[in-house]
Design a protein around this ligand. Structure first.
Ligand code: GLC
Length: 536
């Protein structure tokens, strides 16, 4: 049965990558006080809520996705008192707050893992993780042939000869979710933050947690490392994980029953098909799961149409809505992905990224925006090797330069780095260097220029909030020229995107309500999307 509180069904959430958002202390790393200072900017943009990337105590081997204490704030980012101030400010502005929870693995510095290392093989402390004896003479080979997502074997040997499993880096041991204490401890963590007022959680690696109980060899051990997706069917997407999401949903419903505020669980779910994806958003499981196929689709009308149709068919059938995403902290930014040199801001990639944004905001369901997307930031592709911090780089022998280029700190103002990102300390340097061309993208310039990406997102969000058709209105495809996608939402709202470069006839004769680029009446120029109100 659908709950009557359903704010999340078509919500737009802004992902704050805390260390790159805004630095209030001048140490070059963004922090919670910086997020609080940036809230009015986000309110003005018009998002419903924010998702905060992990800020918990952590050795930062994977920028906080290696959690040493799930119920505190790393001094790098502030403290619990600052967190409470942020919550209070967000509540005053009516901005919801989601935290990032990392249940598949913790940090090798987590006290439970330290205790497991100190304990004997076969002990209760070791049972909270996946410790196993090796194979071959003297157990010198790993217990199975699995590879870690970020390269290298998924097992590391400890002093007494046993091995432990880590599907990411060796500093991120995987929890054993078949141990009931692990499940109980995570429920306490949920309650800890729900009691502090949060509106929900983004769940890291939500198709993870359980592994095949026998930990057998995989037929294709390199699949995960090769695809950067959790595709080893023995290590991911085990049926037991759904019980966890049912229990977490029940915890959320318990809080909703107390105060009427519906909490949101959104999962990072990477599974092979839309049909399997849909299982995660059944009515008693997660509210949302990121549908990454849109992000993975090439700039092509047929590819986009296929992805959208499959999502609508399989996910909408659960009673949930689709959760669209084009960018996040793990992916090359759209402006660059859709084909443009990183140092030019006004070419094809930017035009396509703007069109994709209007398309995403016109689709039924929820949408997530990654910080800097609203500024049209390109990927920083020329970072020198010695500043790269993504563990994937190190673990692939300095080959895969994947995730630093989208994590460069945001430009806020001014003509030179740090572009207002750090404050207070003379000569403070952002933790990743900002290129000089970031000056063009600074938020103050974006706000002052009505042709900016920022205004496109702000106008799109405003219209989305005021047109009820864009909420629960049905999507119906319209016939359109090759290379053009056109659809209606409910009564009277039409959206069309021209994926080609030549102009096409517009589906509606009048002027558009909003368009991603210049759009004269009756025409839809190449690499452009537009919204109209009108009779067909
Ligand atoms: C998720 C996060 C990514 C992190 C990984 C391991 O994919 O988005 O940033 O490295 O999980 O926690």
């Amino acid at each position: 049965m659908l709950s009557k509180y359903r704010w999340w069904r078509d919500a737009v959430i802004y992902q704050v990558y805390v260390r790159s958002f805004l630095d209030s202390t001048g140490d070059g790393v963004g922090d919670l006080a910086g997020v609080r200072a940036g809230l009015p900017y986000l309110k003005k943009l018009g998002v419903d809520g924010i998702w905060l990337s992990p800020f918990y105590p952590s050795p930062q081997h994977d920028h906080g996705y290696d959690v040493a204490d799930y119920r505190d704030v790393d001094p790098l980012f502030g403290d619990l008192a600052e967190f409470d101030l942020l919550m209070a400010a967000a509540r005053r502005l009516g901005v919801k707050v989601l935290l990032d929870i990392v249940p598949n693995h913790c940090s090798s510095e987590h006290p439970a893992f330290r205790a497991a290392l100190d304990a004997a093989p076969g002990s209760a402390a070791r049972a909270r993780f996946h410790f196993a004896d090796g194979r071959g003479p003297e157990g010198a080979e790993p217990p199975n042939n699995w590879h870690a997502m970020f390269g290298g074997p998924a097992w590391t040997r400890v002093d007494d000869g046993q091995w432990y499993l880590h599907m990411f880096t060796p500093e991120q041991p995987d929890w054993n979710w078949r141990d009931p204490e692990v499940a109980a401890d995570f429920e306490s963590t949920l309650r800890f933050w729900l009691d502090r007022g949060v509106d929900g959680f983004r769940i890291d690696v939500a198709a993870g947690l359980f592994k095949h109980p026998d930990l057998p060899d995989s037929d294709d051990p390199e699949a995960d490392a090769r695809t950067r997706d959790s595709v080893n069917p023995l290590a991911w997407n085990q049926p037991e994980v759904h019980d966890v999401w049912r229990r977490w949903r029940a915890v959320c419903e318990e809080y909703t029953a107390r105060d009427g505020r519906e909490r949101l669980l959104v999962g990072e779910v990477s599974v092979p098909t839309a049909r399997e994806h849909a299982l995660y958003v059944r009515p008693d499981e997660l509210h949302q799961a990121f549908f990454f196929d849109l992000l993975g689709a090439p700039w092509d009308a047929d590819a986009f149409r296929k992805v959208i149709s499959e999502a609508m068919q399989d996910i909408a059938g659960t009673g949930s809505t689709v959760t669209w995403v084009l960018n996040n902290h793990d992916q090359v930014r759209t402006v660059t992905r859709y084909g443009e040199p990183a140092t030019e801001g006004s070419g094809l990639g930017a035009a396509r990224a703007r069109a994709a944004a209007l398309l995403m905001l016109a689709l039924p369901g929820a949408a997530y925006i990654y910080q800097g997307e609203e500024l049209g930031l390109p990927e920083v592709v020329d970072l020198p090797d010695d500043v790269l911090t993504d563990p994937i780089f190190r673990r692939t022998g300095n080959r895969a330069r994947i995730r630093d280029g989208c994590r460069v700190p945001l430009p806020w103002s001014g003509q030179a780095s740090p572009f207002g990102f750090t404050s207070g300390v003379e000569g403070a340097k952002p933790w990743l260097p900002q290129p000089s061309y970031f000056a063009e993208y600074a938020t103050d310039r974006a706000l002052a220029d009505t042709r900016s990406f920022w205004h496109l997102y702000r106008d799109g969000l405003q219209l989305r909030a005021s047109l009820p058709q864009l909420g629960e209105g049905e999507l119906r495809w319209l016939d359109s020229a090759p290379g053009v996608l056109a659809f209606t939402r409910g009564d009277g709202v039409v959206c069309a995107v021209n994926f080609g470069t030549a102009p096409a006839p517009a589906p509606v004769s009048g002027s558009p309500l909003l368009s991603s680029g210049p759009c004269p009446a009756g025409v839809l120029p190449g690499s452009t999307a537009a919204w109209w109100i009108g009779d067909l």
